[in-house]
Write a protein that binds this ligand. Structure first.
Ligand code: ZN
Length: 245
């Protein structure tokens, strides 16, 4: 079976559509795993939720989903992110609110645990170092964990023999083989990449072959930026999409 692993769509419909098109071109998937932050930052919160819900999928909550619902204090966000959360909350209808409210913090799907930030602190923890990852490996039962939140595609590997932990980049178009070592994998962000590459980032898990493929997809960034400007969203959030930071 084939699964798309997507995260941090952040109301960027143009990026999300480009990723869905890319998935189709690669033969499609049976199920989508979405690692949270469907909304926040971008101009199309309702449309992104509606589009995701048309697919067979599992999704967990991210900090921006909760921020837009008012489930967490917006003072915990930087000013631009808080402004975008406030605006997003005003765009959501009761259907979207109910859907976002229904999202769990973590989910188990086969050999995978899904958590937005980390399995230890799903809403807020950023996993970018082996120190944090080493601790996180104690906080999920499945063999593998899928995370988002940092918007940086990478994976942590815990050696089965020694328990030592290593950080790796996931190079695009090279399969990541799932073998004996436990892994924590971040597919990067669909709607606001932060690794210096502005293209949308996502992955496909092929369970029959035990591999994960990582892909980058160009999209019409200016379409998203223009809508953000029309809605008066903060200019720093508009600019950063051009640079992928
Ligand atoms: Zn995010």
């Amino acid at each position: 079976m084939r699964y798309a692993i997507i995260s941090d769509i952040h109301s960027n419909l143009a990026a999300f559509q480009a990723v869905l098109h890319d998935i189709d071109e690669r033969g499609g998937v049976e199920r989508i795993w979405c690692l949270g932050d469907i909304v926040g930052y971008g101009p199309d919160p309702k449309e992104c939720i509606e589009l995701l819900r048309q697919y067979e999928h599992a999704c967990i909550a991210g900090n921006h989903d909760w921020g837009s619902l008012g489930k967490i204090d917006l003072n915990d966000f930087n000013p631009e992110a808080a402004a975008a959360c406030r605006w997003t909350g005003q765009q959501l209808g009761s259907e979207e609110v109910d859907y976002l409210n229904s999202l769990p913090l973590t989910l188990n799907e086969g050999d995978f645990t899904l958590a937005h930030g980390s399995p230890r602190e799903p809403i807020w923890e950023y996993l970018l170092s082996t120190y944090g990852a080493q601790i996180s490996f104690n906080y999920f039962q499945a063999k593998f964990c899928l995370i988002g939140h940092s918007h940086v595609p990478l994976f942590f590997e815990q050696l089965a023999a020694s328990g030592d932990c290593f950080l790796h980049e996931i190079p695009p178009d090279t399969p990541l083989r799932l073998e004996e070592n436990r892994l924590i994998i971040n597919p990067g962000s669909v709607g606001q990449p932060r690794d210096g590459d502005p293209r949308a980032s996502y992955a496909i898990y092929d369970s029959a072959h035990g591999v994960i493929w990582h892909y980058r997809v160009p999209y019409e960034i200016n379409i998203t930026q223009q809508k953000m400007a029309e809605h008066g969203l903060p200019s720093r959030l508009i600019t950063r999409l051009s640079y992928g930071w």
